[in-house]
Ligand binder design. Sequence first.
Ligand code: SAM
Length: 297
Amino acid sequence: MKQNTPSATALLIAKSQLLLADDALFAGIVDRTRANFYRRFVEAAIGTPWHLTLVNRYWLKFIQRISLPGLYLHYALRKRCIEQVTREFLEAAQIQQVVGIASGFDPLLAMLCEHFKKVEFFELDHPATQQAKRAVLQNINNLTLLPIDLTNQSVFDVLHGTAFSPEKPTLFIAEGITMYLDEQEIRRFFGHIQSCTVADNCYFLFTYMNKQSSGSIQFESATKWVEWWLWLKKEVFKWGIATEDLPDFLSAMGYRFVRVFDADSLTKEYLASQGGKNRILARGENICLAQRFCGSF
Ligand SMILES: C[S@@+](CC[C@H](N)C(=O)[O-])C[C@H]1O[C@@H](n2cnc3c(N)ncnc32)[C@H](O)[C@@H]1O
């Protein structure tokens, strides 16, 4: 991403969710609380009020049409899935800390920290993106925002010396970031997160591009426009992995593969019951839940 401006993709995701929240067809997929946070984050990032004017609406729809139909719904369902898994851990009191990495303008931790007051929440993101969020989220006791540049800093070092405790059961979340790291950075990233805790019951929930048999690490059916746009914004995809290779990769990194959520399982879980199973959903990015090996690795 560009060093001094908030992530263009994070901004597009937030605006796309505001578009869905306003569309009766997607009622219930992006709720009001989320939408209110998205709006505040977007306005803080661009420094001016932002509304779904006719022009903004058509522009967002146009971008999706020429790039990847079903992309915005994919973002919405991946967020619902991550929220559901996180809430299940919290409600079962299985975790005492949540660390969100590269959260962009996603409001999940801001929403959860109000309800789970005894849980410590940490958000690590590039300072250029996090700046806007910091302006909106002030004085929240159990949510700590920490700047990080993953190309030259480790999650381990950034958490060190904060309220983060290596002894507490923890859930790490990395949504929409692994694709921006190269192979070497990815191995360091997984290794550093693994070494952050010594507790049993630590989990890592992350999204990854499902590497296709052709070697492509792009969304299926993405047009050339997507690659051009990512290149222009300096947010080119660098890493992906085929789902069948995940268990071995994770085991080498000190984790146990738990499960994957793909477009089919997201459709079944969140769209089928609403009669929306025929809606177009972008395919190619999945969500994986892994458990850290207990003891030292
Ligand atoms: C595609 S956005 C995803 C945002 C959010 N997770 C979501 O899904 O809405 C990518 C995120 O990665 C962050 N990012 C990109 N490069 C980074 C880097 N080198 N260090 C830290 N964060 C980075 C951006 O700031 C942004 O928040």
